[in-house]
Write a protein that binds this ligand. Structure first.
Ligand SMILES: NC(=O)c1ccc[n+]([C@@H]2O[C@H](COP(=O)([O-])OP(=O)(O)OC[C@H]3O[C@@H](n4cnc5c(N)ncnc54)[C@H](O)[C@@H]3O)[C@@H](O)[C@H]2O)c1
Length: 359
């Protein structure tokens, strides 16, 4: 059993269920194999079942109760995740739940409590916590070379119209519930605390639904850097995905490359406060000697911007980790408790921006 592939059932075969989950699973048959699929769209389901050489089942319950299925992947619409995850857990399956991990904290709590009761794993699919540019930014910050971090800005900017269900509040679409969980997850790691204060603003401009396509939020709190996230489809000139400001230097860059520079003040004269007039009416100035470093993505990186495809490297790492959890009891890299904190912050963002989770 310990080295047997995990048999999977996929619920929802769209951009995520098919193009991310099934696409990855078919490349790692030693770890995971799709046993059954279900989608409301029968043609889509039949095509997927034929392609994957697996069963197409009659409804959700048939998928959740399929005796061969050990792990159910929930890749249905945003507002259905908690209900579907709980139904699969009740049926005695492990669950991999795509983001958002429920819409409100009560959803996340329900899933976590039920998984504990059933003795099953509930894994939130926050695969971007493995993204190599994010991990590099974190490594540089943690090294201390940039000094105390004052401000971090991460941008997911693009310019486009969109008219699918992810723009509709009825389906719990909108920038926050759709792409928001990814930069929020990064922001929370870099903020370094569990309960930030939050300021947020959201508006709708180019999309056809009634949900926000322009969102900005700021996490702040005593003793933490201010972390600013911009997630927008109304930004023709996309800026760097990462900007970090520290007391000894800074970092900027994108998923494919980063650069940072810093000053070593230790070899420079002290600058005690002086109230004397400056010589020749000059402004304070001193020569700074900058040290510089750069980083290039070893893997494929990923295009920046809202709606960019997630990098397969991060998905592979996620699945390898999940296999280790399911087969050897290794701890989850992305714990449901950590993502529950993010859902709590999503509630604060909605309260600040005056937007509902769903309408
Ligand atoms: N983690 C990521 O990087 C990532 C990327 C894209 C989407 N997602 C998430 O995946 C989920 C699906 O999004 P998508 O872009 O794939 O949407 P999509 O519209 O492309 O696909 C959704 C599919 O689910 C099916 N479906 C909906 N309800 C169902 C039900 N009750 N039973 C069976 N099938 C059902 C639909 O028929 C459709 O085929 C969303 O929650 C989204 O946030 C995550």
């Amino acid at each position: 059993m310990a080295d047997q592939p995990v048999k999977v059932g996929i619920l929802g075969l769209g951009r995520s269920g098919w193009a991310i989950h099934a696409a990855m699973i078919r490349t790692i048959p030693d770890l995971f194999q799709v046993a059954a699929v279900y989608d409301l769209d029968t043609a889509r389901m039949q095509q997927a079942a034929a392609d994957l050489n697996c069963r197409a089942v009659a409804n959700e319950a048939a998928l959740f109760n399929d005796p061969e299925v050990e792990l159910v992947i929930i890749a249905s619409y945003n507002y259905m995740h908690a209900t579907h995850a709980c139904q699969a857990l009740e049926a005695g399956k492990h669950v991999l739940c795509d983001k958002p991990f429920g819409l409100v904290v009560a959803d996340a709590d329900r899933m976590i409590a039920l998984a504990a009761k059933m003795g099953k794993i509930i894994a939130p699919f926050q695969q971007r916590r493995y993204e190599e540019d994010f991990l590099k930014v974190k490594e540089v910050i943690d090294s201390g070379i940039l000094g105390e971090i004052v401000h971090i800005r991460t941008c997911w900017q693009g310019f486009k119209r969109r008219w699918d269900w992810q723009t509709s509040r009825a389906y719990a679409g909108g920038a926050l519930n759709n792409n928001g969980p990814h930069p929020l997850d990064h922001a929370m790691v870099l903020f370094g605390g569990e309960n930030p204060d939050v300021w947020a603003q959201a508006s709708r401009h180019l999309c056809s639904g009634d949900a926000e396509d322009h969102l900005k939020f700021i996490l702040y709190g005593q003793g933490h850097p201010t972390v600013e996230v911009e997630l927008t489809d109304v930004w023709a000139y996309a800026q760097d995905r990462w900007v970090v400001a520290g007391t000894r230097g800074g970092l900027k860059g994108n998923p494919k490359s980063l650069e940072w520079k810093w000053v070593d003040f230790s070899g420079m004269p002290e600058r005690p406060l002086s109230m004397q007039s400056t010589p020749d009416r000059s402004y304070n100035s001193e020569k700074l000697e900058w040290h510089t470093a750069t980083w290039q993505a070893a893997g494929e990186g990923t295009a920046g911007g809202a709606g960019a495809a997630p990098p397969p490297g991060a998905v592979l790492l996620f699945y390898r980790g999940l296999f280790a959890t399911l087969r050897t009891g290794a701890p989850l890299y992305v714990t449901p408790q950590s993502v529950r904190q993010r859902v709590a912050v999503m509630e604060k963002i909605r309260a600040s921006a005056g937007i509902p989770a769903q309408a």
